[in-house]
Design a protein around this ligand. Structure first.
Ligand SMILES: [Zn+2]
Length: 130
């Protein structure tokens, strides 16, 4: 990756980090504000759902922010490593980085990780062939 490319991704990551930071956390609606008697049976499940959505959004939000910060860290400390898959060291495709400049894995390693949970640790034993 050329220094120009790195500058491009650094600018994108910085903008993303600032946006994530200033967005802060999304406030979840409170289930019970005051009197329990006022809570309507029909609206409670909706409020609960909104709360679940808000909290998972916050989690995702915090997770992306952490990855953005880690990517910026790599760009500053080990610029040569930025854009390389942390698993296989192969360069991550440009289009993928444009979409997610904070991504750590190439498509191959990502999908291996996603459907490989069962296979992980399940190496074939050579002795099985005896
Ligand atoms: Zn990889």
């Amino acid at each position: 990756m050329s220094p120009d490319d790195r500058a491009h991704f650094e600018a994108r990551l910085t903008a993303l980090r600032d946006a994530l930071r200033s967005a802060g956390t999304i406030e979840a609606p409170k289930i019970r504000d005051d009197a329990v008697g006022k809570v309507d049976d029909d609206t409670t499940p909706l409020t609960e759902m909104l709360q679940v959505i808000a909290s998972s959004r916050n989690r995702q939000h915090a997770q992306v922010l952490r990855r953005v910060e880690a990517a910026l860290h790599t760009l500053h400390r080990e610029p040569e490593d930025y854009g390389l898959c942390v698993e296989c060291d192969e360069p991550i495709k440009r289009g993928r980085l444009e979409l997610m400049p904070y991504v750590e894995l190439c498509v191959r390693c990502q999908s291996a990780q996603e459907d490989g949970a069962a296979q992980r640790g399940g190496r074939r034993h050579l002795t099985d062939y005896d």
